[in-house]
Each structure stands twice: as C-alpha cells, then as structure tokens.
Design a protein around this ligand. Structure first.
Ligand SMILES: [Zn+2]
Length: 47
C-alpha cells in the first residue's frame, strides 16, 4: 500500500490515481487529492 500524501489515507497503487513529482510517484484516493497535490506539490512531497 501507498499513502495518499494529501489526506493520509492508504491507497492501492494498482488502482489509485497517480502523479509523478521530481521522479517519485505519488498515489491519491480521489481526483480532488490529486488536484490539490498538483497545485502545490512541494507542500506534500517527501524530502
Ligand atoms: Zn486522499
């Protein structure tokens, strides 16, 4: 399982929405979380 960085929910990478930021993949439970991440990725991305 991966963690949705926006809301903290566990998500299944096989079915979740994903976005790539600086070479790392992030997974989201919903389009809303993905959108929020894409609007401000540095706030949610892991160092
Ligand atoms: Zn979420």
């Amino acid at each position: 399982m991966e963690k949705d960085p926006v809301c903290g929910m566990d998500v299944d990478p096989k079915t979740a929405l994903n976005a790539v930021h600086e070479g790392r993949s992030y997974y989201f439970c919903s389009p809303g979380c993905k959108k929020q991440f894409e609007e401000n990725p540095t706030q949610y991305a892991k160092a």
